[in-house]
Design a protein around this ligand. Sequence first.
Ligand SMILES: Nc1ncnc2c1ncn2[C@@H]1O[C@H](COP(=O)(O)OP(=O)(O)OP(=O)(O)O)[C@@H](O)[C@H]1O
Length: 230
Amino acid sequence: MPKVTFSQVQVRYDESLILDNINLCLSEHRIGIIGSNGGGKSTLTRLINGLEEPTSGTVTVDGRDVATHGKEIRQQVGFVFSDAENQIVMPNVRDDVAFSLRRFKLPKPEREARVDAALARFGLTDLAQQSPHTLSGGQKQLLALAAVLVIDPVLIIADEPTTLLDLRNRDRIQREFAALDQQLIVVTHDLGILSDFDRVICIDNHRIAADGQPAEVIAFYRDLMAQRPL
Ligand SMILES: Nc1ncnc2c1ncn2[C@@H]1O[C@H](COP(=O)(O)OP(=O)(O)OP(=O)(O)O)[C@@H](O)[C@H]1O
């Protein structure tokens, strides 16, 4: 598995502290990030492929500093955003998936085969010629995942991937996650999908509040939320 490290990472926007003194080494297969709204979860994951930069401290992927190796790291780290609409770049579903491969100099038959396989994997084959904007919210989420998995990343980061999904598609994503060989980091409020993960981290108040096995960290988070006044 890749190794992602955070060393004394701090993120500030103007006067607001978003992440404070984060030290982590992430090398497990499947890692969940949970915590209250606005705590800094998305920011934490966006640091891993350079979508955000730390105000101080360093983030590395397999020893390479994201600040100086961003382009290289983005070829190996796939990011599925919570708002799948923002991930749409091309006028039809097929081209949207193919667009992810533009940076990889693949022979055309291989590129086509990879796109076909990614579409089939997420039940999108029949929608291949359709505009992505006409898909349902859940289908857009599946398209976003297909567009990331087609590059065969070593690490997949998914920010609230099940938010818009009905139960069937949520279960489909859970099964896909369970079958992935790659390292996976998922930010979610859907605690059920984390039960078989290797590690869960709870971010609260811009810091790591708990870090360990899913059952123990989820129990900690539930207690924390129960104590908090509405
Ligand atoms: N570009 C930005 N400029 C200013 N503030 C920002 C920016 N990005 C994030 N923030 C703020 O940082 C804080 C943490 O945001 P983040 O999205 O990381 O939280 P989160 O834990 O993922 O929240 P949620 O569970 O609600 O998605 C929020 O208060 C947010 O408003």
